[in-house]
Design a protein. Structure first.
Length: 336
């Protein structure tokens, strides 16, 4: 089959993987396209979240008998283990697929090995086609299964002079409606959202994902409160709108270890200055999303508490920095 046909099919598979509006969750986003010997698409599939058919199985069901002798183009190496569903490598063999082209190698220690299983059975297998584009779809998932801890995005909303609250403690609203709407989208995309007990007690946040009308919107992340202080049962973060968890620790590594056991792949850190500083000091922030409001206060709570930096050279500098206007505010984002 012409290389151009396989490349075009992979671009379509990547688009399919991106098309599903689901949170990161325990499983990756995957797209698959089945192409026959004439270069015609005979099946397309996409994985819709944990417990649903994997992309290959979804595409094979659509292709039916046309899958025999065909080529499967898939964004992630076919899995080789039985979880909530069976191994995709065996499904491809049963369907009689002659060739498999995948983009990203599976970093999951348990699920990997599908390519070798297929090769052993005589299937022509090639990996690495548009691997970087495919890997970008599942950055948080890849990080989590590779490192054993969730990918951490730290979100901050601050004034031009770096304040997250005024001298009297007021903090609503520093940013405008457009920025706040984006934050709700972030919450929908992540598996969990964390604040410290100080924020939970002072602001009584609900930490839910809502739409423009203020109604609960789609997926609700696990709400995590970190710290030793008691949280009253009447706190909004403990209500029935979404699941909640109080982790009585101040150790960020312990927080992430617990969340990893719960298959949390992506954590949105929204806590106040002390929680953010603790994660920074532990080297456990991967991405920063910083909203800057065109407001000057001159006094009040700073966005980050003291975390031990004494000289400029010790400061954290972001890479891959992006700056965009969001309504009346600016969003600065980058990786650590």
């Amino acid at each position: 089959m012409a290389e151009a046909v396989e490349r075009e099919a992979m671009l379509r598979a990547i688009a399919l993987a991106r098309s599903i509006d689901i949170p990161d969750g325990p499983n990756p986003r995957v797209g698959c396209v089945i192409v026959d010997g004439e270069g015609r698409t005979v099946g397309e599939g996409v994985h819709r979240g944990a417990g649903t058919a994997h992309a290959e199985v979804d595409a094979l069901a659509q292709a039916g008998a046309a899958a025999r002798g065909a080529t499967a183009i898939v964004t992630l190496e076919p899995c080789n283990h039985t979880g909530r569903t069976g191994p995709c490598s065996e499904a491809l063999l049963a369907a009689g697929v002659a060739r498999v082209v995948y983009a990203q190698a599976d970093p999951h220690a348990i699920a990997a090995g599908g390519a070798d299983r297929l090769r052993t059975a005589g299937v022509d297998v090639e990996g690495g086609l548009l691997a970087e584009q495919a890997a970008a779809i599942n950055e948080a998932w890849t990080h989590a299964v590779s490192t054993g801890r969730p990918f951490v995005t730290w979100k901050v909303a601050a004034t031009l002079d770096g304040r997250v609250a005024a001298a009297d403690g007021t903090s609503r609203w520093i940013t405008g409606e457009a920025a706040r709407a984006e934050v709700h989208l972030w919450r929908r995309r992540c598996d969990a959202i964390a604040v410290g007990t100080g924020t939970a007690l002072a602001d009584d946040p609900q930490l839910t994902a809502r739409d423009a009308q203020g109604a609960l919107a789609g997926h609700q992340p696990l709400r995590v409160v970190v710290g030793l202080s008691d949280i009253p049962a009447s706190a909004r973060v403990l209500d029935a709108a979404a699941p909640s968890l109080h982790l009585r620790t101040r150790d960020p590594a312990e927080v992430l270890a617990t969340l990893a056991q719960l298959e949390v792949r992506h954590l949105l850190l929204e806590g106040g200055p002390r929680l953010g500083a603790a994660f920074l000091a532990a080297g456990l922030v991967d991405e920063v999303v910083w909203y800057v409001a065109p407001v000057l206060l001159g006094a009040g709570s700073t966005a980050v508490a003291d975390w031990g930096v004494t000289t400029l050279g010790e400061g954290v500098r972001l890479r891959d920095v992006r700056v965009e206007q969001v309504g009346e505010d600016a969003r600065i984002s980058g990786r650590i």
